[in-house]
Write a protein that binds this ligand. Structure first.
Ligand code: G
Ligand code: MN
Length: 510
């Protein structure tokens, strides 16, 4: 069935379905990715805040020791070394305490008397020095707090073990670094002075408001995806679900877009509807008097399709009007060059459905058709099937009025199979009756049908209507109809419906 033939190529349809399915998944993933980045950023920020808070507390403790010792600076080491050791013992984070006079460390809680020059430039803002150990404990991180007042000075040191512990415990999934001046400490407890490493995901820096240090927090490469895969599985399932739904909807929407109507739209644009011509002959001399135009669909895959299969769809979708217009234009283009050879007006029968008669467009189409021919060289006959009667509304009556003014003839097709009244025939000023082929087929076979045929002929004579007999296949039928003065005959006996070129060459032979 041609109307089921898919409009688009399969690969394109599959691609569209895939894209529709993937789009919500991709968009959803992008949104989840952004959400995950936000969550990580927030987490890094909170971690950094917590670390700064902890370091501030530890430094407060260390600074207090220095404040308490500073007034003692200048006294002999022997007098103060117990006070120095007391601070180390009392304060949990303080590892050592030292007194300074005039930038000279002269007394230490570790060694008592001691001599070492203090260079204030080593201390960030003159206060903090993150170092990788001292001569006593090399390679053990150490944060030195310096307090000075004139020549007096106190140095208290904070054990790096506590610092790296904080980095490790608070950080957990977050990478945390403590930076003091150019030096920085990571959770592994090593102090380094190389450039700070990049934390590729959610990098956050937070500087203490009380002391000269900065905490940097962040996550390693790929953390966003790891976070998503651990936190969002239910949302991912939902996305998959939406993707599948969208794919299905797209798939079925495309199936719909290959509906008969769409397929016929395409065919109309591709000029696949072509006219075939079946000759109509004079009843008496059997000379060709005209032709009925019969639509054929030259389908690219299905071959030649007969109108019964697609005309109902065309009527339903309203496409029948442009399709017939195309048929009339093709017919005019084909026959107009022959019109000089017509010895009498050539009958051209065009099939019309009731849906054609809803507006006056048909008048313009007929006018355009007739204009293609030399005046008087042609009779345009519109064939209306008796099976669907036209309502005599104001618009249809106006339509037929205008058609008659144009000189267009009206024929009732398949006559005898419907139930048109005499009033109907008069109202639409019918010119021809086309006797349905079922009655012609019964000639010499079925007496009842022959009676009906005789009545139709009688009626036509009384109403002064011209008669066309359809489906004439045998000499016997032809003789009978001629003997009963049927004006025109049409059927396989004289010619089957044929393509335009064939019809033209047959026409010149006749
Ligand atoms: O309804 P309408 O008259 O437009 O239909 C014409 C139909 O009759 C076409 O399908 C045409 O092919 C068919 N037809 C024309 N002549 C003959 C014929 O002699 N015998 C048969 N069986 N069909 C015919
Ligand atoms: Mn017809």
């Amino acid at each position: 069935m041609p109307l089921k033939v898919k409009r688009r190529r399969r690969s394109l349809r599959v691609a569209i379905t895939l894209i529709s399915g993937l789009l919500p998944i991709v968009l959803g993933t992008v949104i989840l990715h952004m959400q995950a980045e936000r969550a990580l950023k927030q987490s890094a920020g909170q971690t950094a805040e917590e670390a700064v808070r902890q370091f501030n507390l530890m430094l407060d403790n260390t600074a207090q020791a220095a404040h308490e010792l500073l007034p003692l600076a200048g006294q002999t080491c022997n007098d103060v070394k117990l006070a120095l050791r007391e601070q180390v013992t009392r304060r949990p984070f303080v590892r050592s305490t030292n007194l300074v006079w005039d930038n000279n460390l002269y007394c230490s809680s570790l060694f008592g008397d001691y001599q070492e020059t203090v260079n204030p430039g080593d201390y960030t803002q003159g206060v903090l020095w993150l170092m990788n150990g001292n001569p006593v404990t090399p390679n053990t991180a150490l944060l030195v707090y310096r307090l000075s007042n004139g020549k007096k000075g106190a140095l208290t040191t904070l054990d790096g073990f506590h610092l790296s512990n904080i980095l490790r415990l608070i950080g957990r999934h977050t990478l945390l670094l403590l930076q003091v001046g150019n030096n920085w400490l990571a959770a592994d407890g090593r102090v380094q002075s190389s450039p700070l490493p990049d934390l590729p995901v959610a990098q956050t820096r937070l500087t203490s408001e009380h002391y000269a240090f900065t905490v940097e927090a962040g996550f390693p490469e790929g953390e966003t995806w790891r976070y998503m895969s651990s936190e969002y599985p239910p949302l991912f399932s939902l996305l998959m679900f939406f993707g599948v739904i969208a794919g299905f909807i797209s798939h079925f929407a495309q199936r719909r877009s290959t509906s008969p109507t769409h397929e016929m739209h395409r065919a109309l644009e591709a000029a696949e509807f072509v006219p075939y011509f079946q000759p109509v002959v004079h009843g008496d001399n059997k000379r060709w008097s005209g032709a009925e135009v019969l639509m054929r669909w030259k389908h690219p895959k299905e071959g030649l399709v007969r109108p019964d299969l697609f005309i109902p769809f065309a009527e339903h979708s309203g496409l029948i009007v442009p399709m017939t217009r195309s048929l009339m234009r093709q017919t005019a283009a084909l026959l107009a060059p022959q019109s000089a050879s017509f010895r009498e007006p050539f009958h051209v029968g065009i099939n019309i459905t009731a849906s054609h008669c809803r507006d006056l467009e048909l008048v313009d189409d007929c006018r355009e058709f007739l204009k293609a021919f030399a005046p008087g060289s042609i009779h345009l006959v519109l064939e209306l099937t008796e099976r669907e009667l036209i309502e005599p509304t104001a618009i249809t009556l106006q339509l037929f009025e205008q058609l008659h003014e144009l000189g267009v003839k009206i024929a009732i097709d398949d006559f005898g199979t419907g139930h048109s009244s005499l009033g109907y025939l008069r109202q639409f000023k019918v010119d021809f009756l086309k006797i349905d082929q079922s009655f012609v087929a019964m000639i010499g076979v079925d007496t009842l049908s022959s009676h009906i045929l005789d009545s139709i002929i009688e009626l036509a004579v009384k109403l002064d209507l011209q008669l066309v007999a359809e489906g004439v296949e045998s000499r016997e039928q032809s003789d009978y109809l001629s003997a009963h003065h049927v004006n025109f005959l049409q059927g396989y006996l004289y010619g089957k419906p044929m393509p335009g070129a064939e019809f033209i060459s047959a026409l010149s032979d006749h």
